[in-house]
Design a protein around this ligand. Sequence first.
Ligand code: DGY
Length: 328
Amino acid sequence: MTTKVILTRKIPKVAFDILKKQAGVKIISWDNEEPIERKTFLEYANKNPDCAGILCMLTDKIDEELLSKLNKNKLKVVSTMSVGHDHIDKQACKKYGIKVGYTPGVLTNSTSDLAVTLLLAAARRLKESSDAAINGEWTTWKPEWLLGKEVYGSTVGIIGLGRIGSAFAKRMHHGFDCKILYSDVSEKDFAKDFNGKFVDLDTLLAESDFVVPHCDLNSKTKEMCNLEFFKKMRKDAIFINTTRGDVVKQDDLLTALQNNIISYAGIDVTVPEPLPTNHPLLKQKNCIVLPHIASSTRKCRNDMATLAVNNLLLGIQGKNLLKEVGLD
Ligand code: DGY
């Protein structure tokens, strides 16, 4: 008897090989670098109602419409190759007894490294500086040209102190002697590793040179960073986001940047993704936009894919997953 699984993207070979070698597993695969179209995904589900597992990406919506095409008694697991799981309707999965696997931990280092990179790039105006070198604006060394913000010894405010927030805080504290403020705790114990000070959000916004959300996207954090939020930040402060675009009310971020309510932003996540190439944020001098690359190191993507495959395989066997989203 074969067990069917749907795979919604081409994944790193090291992980695909584990799946391929599993006896009795039939892989229905969208073998492409680009996301599966919704229509095609629904067709895959329609044609394979007996599938036992889905390995998906953060770009694939797993909702009632999709689950309704499948035999919920057969479908045991949805395993996402991401730490974020806001694209999955957890209530629906809970209702049908479907386990949800995700990939926390393995992307903590690469994601926090990228947050530091983005912070430094924004503070030191790397995009403008590189453009100036390319465009011939670099006439000579000038005492007051392209002046940025000093990072060493600055105050960094982190909203959401989980695994990634803490890894980021450690880098900023031990590497740059930054004072760390945090609010919205998930793991308060972590704070002793970097002498972090817990403060309310308003204090964090008022005192930080750099404001950096590291929280999940959920109903409480959706569009949390709005105009009111930006107005509470210092005028010379910089906003960095590597979490989810929806944590930010993007039009308000644009307004804040256009009107110098804050000085600069560095963002790795947007709404939508990709951001249309004519989007005004891409034209803002005081904004660096990256194409959601926080976890994109070879090691990290191999580890994410391997963990997602192992979660999938455990799930279809009815076993506990290595990393399972709590559905309470
Ligand atoms: C995730 O895993 O949720 C990240 O956004 C991927 O980079």
